[in-house]
Ligand binder design. Structure first.
Ligand SMILES: [Fe+2]
Length: 248
């Protein structure tokens, strides 16, 4: 099963200034690059919108995705509105108490999608996640916008980390198999591990953030996708970069 993950698009309103980055062109370029990997599924792992959820932005993104003809999933990040997103993508039936978390059965394997819009995994969602993992007799695959582990990126770890990560880690550590988590949010490429929890942080389609500084710093403007291949109990994945469309 081949999946391409794309994250942190930060698409603005038409014509909106977004730090000199043409975020719409970046998204179109990354979608075109994704085709090369012939994925069975695409996952957009949150922060689809520049600042906050907007129906017009979601509708434009949906149009671009629908044209690809590849099945896709969307999840909500801290710059999204899950209810608005679910409506724009015709997925209102997946909403639970205003949150957009759900599971899919792909090639006989359950894949889990969480909602961390608030910077937390809600109590109700934690209960649901525990249930999902309970009868899973193999390694798990989870997509969530916020990484559930600290990542050694001082600016993001100190200001924007998942707030109740300890609770989420406890659930994942209890799974008797590996748990592969695919995240975004940090605008870096990073792999972090704690026992059976393996977190893969995928770079943004906007810009990347410096991994050393305590202060906000742009590292570079290349954009990326993650190609994930999961077959016969082997999980392979790699990040591939493109040049971003930037005016400075
Ligand atoms: Fe984010």
């Amino acid at each position: 099963m081949r999946i391409v993950q794309i994250t942190d698009l930060h698409v603005g309103r038409e014509g909106e200034e977004t730090y000199g980055v043409d975020v719409r062109a970046n998204f179109l370029n990354i979608l075109q690059a994704a085709q090369k990997w012939q994925p069975q599924y695409l996952v957009l792992s949150g922060d689809l919108c520049y600042r906050s959820g907007e129906t017009g932005i979601y509708t434009w993104i949906r149009q671009q995705l629908d044209e690809q003809g590849i099945p896709y999933e969307v999840l909500s990040g801290n710059h999204d509105d899950p209810a608005m997103m679910a409506k724009a993508f015709g997925r209102e039936s997946l909403l639970k108490n205003g949150e957009l978390y759900y599971a899919r059965e792909w090639n006989g394997r359950k894949v889990i999608f969480l909602d961390t819009t608030t910077g937390m995994v809600s109590g109700q969602q934690q209960g649901w996640l525990r249930e999902q993992l309970q009868h899973m007799e193999h390694e798990a695959m989870i997509f969530m916008h916020h990484p559930p582990l600290m990542a050694g990126v001082p600016f993001m770890d100190s200001r924007h980390a998942l707030r109740n990560r300890g609770e989420v880690q406890a659930i994942l550590l209890a799974h008797p198999f590996n748990v592969h988590v695919f995240s975004g949010h940090y605008h870096v490429e990073k792999a972090v591990r704690k026992q059976n929890i393996l977190v893969h942080i995928t770079p943004s389609c906007f810009f990347q953030i410096g991994q050393v500084s305590e202060q906000f710093q742009v590292d570079h403007y290349r954009i990326a996708l993650r190609d994930i291949n999961w077959d016969n109990g082997v999980m392979m994945n790699a990040v591939h970069y493109l040049n971003g469309e930037v005016q400075h």
